[in-house]
Ligand binder design. Structure first.
Ligand SMILES: Nc1ncnc2c1ncn2[C@@H]1O[C@H](COP(=O)(O)OP(=O)(O)OP(=O)(O)O)[C@@H](O)[C@H]1O
Ligand SMILES: [Mg+2]
Length: 261
């Protein structure tokens, strides 16, 4: 569904990404992990169009989108959540989720501004669909009329997930979906992300610090270290990969060595 091919990205003298290739297979959950400063966020920004790589390509469903702006990628079926909550307080869950559908409402600004019957009907249909499919599946139907700021953190993150889903994306990009969550919230989010894969067949690409979450839900994992891919494979393979263990435990081993010395 999505391929990143041999991407190079530098900030002045800092090489954030060099020779990075990643493939997110259709209907699968692919995770990008790596220690601090490995280039995860940079890669995410290249994929979503916020950064332009110096070389390499990003291909979505066969189309080279490397030069497209973020909104043009959204229209082609790329949807994302942000690491920090990006909801509109003072608005309900349903209204926040509906905002995600702006790329799908075909009526256009003029007819929806005049509230012509076609767009009103379209909106009513959209409401029904959102309630049934997205809010139901993510178990948000009971809080659909609550203001988002009154919800606990874990539920707010789930509202963001719902909003990213209403445009029925080909690919869903999740930026550290369980950052700041407690154990129970993490478990729930993991369950909902796998539900999205299993029930909507959505392709998911996530970056995440939380190893437990990544190992638990991913079909395929890519590990970055200092801007380069050092391993990729199934969770079982990644867990045993000596380079990965070294990259993650390097600091801890050094500390142990220091202690021994
Ligand atoms: N906008 C920027 N300007 C300059 N340097 C940057 C910029 N963004 C990232 N970098 C540098 O690129 C490298 C990769 O950073 P990046 O934020 O992509 O890593 P990360 O894997 O997301 O790290 P973390 O786990 O801490 O979020 C780092 O050396 C970082 O300092
Ligand atoms: Mg980051």
């Amino acid at each position: 569904m999505l391929t990143v091919e041999d991407v190079q990205l530098s900030f002045g003298g800092v090489k954030a990404l060099s020779g990075v290739s990643v493939e997110a297979a259709k209907g699968r959950i692919t995770a990008v992990i790596g220690p601090n400063g490995a280039g995860k966020t940079s890669l995410f920004n290249v994929i979503s169009g916020f950064y332009k790589p110096q070389s390499g390509r990003v291909v979505l469903d066969g189309e080279d989108i490397t030069r497209l702006k973020p909104h043009a990628r959204a229209y082609r079926g790329m949807s994302r959540t942000f690491q920090n909550i990006a909801l509109f307080s003072g608005m309900t869950v349903l209204d926040n989720v509906k905002l995600g559908a702006h790329t799908r409402l075909t009526g256009g600004v003029l007819s929806s501004g005049l509230r012509l019957p076609s767009s009103r009907r379209e909106e009513a249909e959209l409401d029904a669909e959102i309630r049934r499919d997205v809010l139901g599946m993510l178990e948000l139907d009971r809080v659909q009329n609550s203001h988002v700021e009154d919800l606990p953190y874990g539920l707010q993150k789930r509202v963001e997930l719902a909003r990213a889903l209403v445009m029925r994306p080909k690919i869903l990009l999740l930026d550290e979906p369980v950052a700041g969550m407690n154990r129970e919230e993490k478990r729930e989010m993991g369950r909902f992300v796998t539900d999205v894969r299993d029930r909507l067949n959505t392709t998911v690409l996530l970056i995440e610090h939380d190893m437990g979450m990544v190992m638990g839900i991913s079909d395929h994992i890519v590990v970055l270290s200092f801007g380069k891919p050092i391993a990729s494979g199934t969770p079982e393979r990644i867990r045993q990969d000596p380079d990965v263990i070294k990259a993650y435990l390097g600091g801890a081993e050094d500390a142990a060595d220091d202690k021994a010395a």
